[in-house]
Design a protein around this ligand. Structure first.
Ligand code: UDP
Ligand code: MG
Length: 330
């Protein structure tokens, strides 16, 4: 980016149609910056917003110092927006947070304190949630536990992307080149000294969630397929088990017909068994397909995101040309 001297800490904040929350957010950030001793930069990633978010960022922060905004050419998704923020940040530490103030800034302050104690990753653990419906809370609860059980990486439960990462973690993250990054999983995978902070997650300060059920489901699938081959192994074991079972069943049919001389009734129920196994086969074919699709995505090797504009507070540069390193990272 064009800002020459990075501050100590950067806040990485993805935005997707967040015009309703931006005034609150900027006010809170300014209060937070005046409370803290560290110098703090803000990197907004406008993930293809179709509302006035980008214009609002410019008008709210144009006279302030240390705000940067990169704009994607379209909506690439939250995980890629976060990745872009990490790729472009030059600071000693970065904190990833939601634009809607669901990740409270006082907790971000505690993360900075922990980092100063020597931790490289400080993640927020949601011990209480006021933000979501009961169904979402239950599904999220079980997803984190399932991921922990089957994922081939040691991840904390109930921790989202709200976390601080130190410079060494940022550098290591930038070595990763996955098409569908599952950021919280990748950061756990990187290792380093990690610790968590418990916090109660409040509701959105304004606006609606930008993560509808479909996006949430895809995020869960991305997480599972990039960190676990257990579903594939389950398919193999289950397939073997069912085949073995059907051989035994066949032996039983032959025995009842030719040895015991009794005919088998109830063929209708077999139709349901056929449907059941048909469904099971389709399901696991789908599981295999998901992995194939991931491989296909990686093989195509497209850039993960496209940046259309870069902007710094204090100097309006909409449509500016990226420097070479940035363009390569993108
Ligand atoms: N977001 C994004 N791209 C998307 C969806 C969401 O950059 O396609 C941003 C959004 O603006 C917010 C963060 O990601 O800053 C988390 O989204 P949201 O708060 O809607 O999710 P929730 O907290 O409801 O899970
Ligand atoms: Mg949110």
């Amino acid at each position: 980016m064009s800002t020459p001297s990075p501050s100590e800490v950067a806040l990485i904040i993805p935005l997707y149609n967040e015009e309703a929350v931006l005034p609150h957010l900027v006010a809170e950030i300014e209060a937070f910056r005046s409370e803290r001793n560290e110098s703090i930069d803000i990197i907004f990633i406008d993930d293809g917003s179709t509302d006035l978010s980008a214009r609002l960022v410019q008008s709210l922060t144009g006279d302030l110092k240390g705000y940067q905004m990169i704009r994607f050419s379209r909506n690439f998704g939250h995980q890629k927006a976060v990745s872009a923020g990490i790729n472009l940040c030059k600071n000693k530490a970065a904190i990833i947070l939601d634009a809607d103030l669901q990740d409270p800034l006082d907790v971000a302050g505690r993360m900075i304190d922990k980092w100063k104690e020597g931790y490289d990753v400080v993640y927020g653990v949601r011990n209480k949630r006021e933000d979501v419906s009961v169904i979402q809370r239950i599904t999220a609860y079980w997803f984190y536990r399932l991921f922990r059980a089957v994922g081939e990486v040691d991840t904390p439960v109930d921790a989202g992307d709200f976390r601080l990462i130190s410079r060494p973690v940022i550098e290591a993250f930038n070595e990763l080149d996955e098409q569908q990054p599952y950021v919280r999983g990748l950061i756990s995978w990187l290792g380093f000294r990690q610790t968590g902070i418990q916090y109660a997650r409040p509701g959105r300060v304004a606006g609606q969630t930008k993560y509808p059920l479909k996006k949430r489901f895809h995020l869960a699938l991305d997480g599972l397929t990039s960190f676990s081959s257990r579903p594939l192994r389950t398919a193999v074991s289950l397939g073997l088990l069912i085949s073995a079972g059907s051989v035994l069943g066949l032996v039983w049919v032959v025995l009842t017909k030719y040895v015991l001389g009794t005919a088998i009734t109830g063929w209708a129920s077999l139709i349901f068994a056929a449907f059941f196994f048909g469904g099971l086969q389709l399901f696991f074919l789908g599981v295999v397909g998901m992995y194939v699709a991931r491989v296909y995505d990686e093989v195509k090797g497209r850039p993960r995101y496209i940046i259309s504009d870069v902007w710094d507070s204090g100097s309006i540069q909409v449509g500016s040309v990226l420097d070479e390193s940035t363009a390569q990272e993108a």
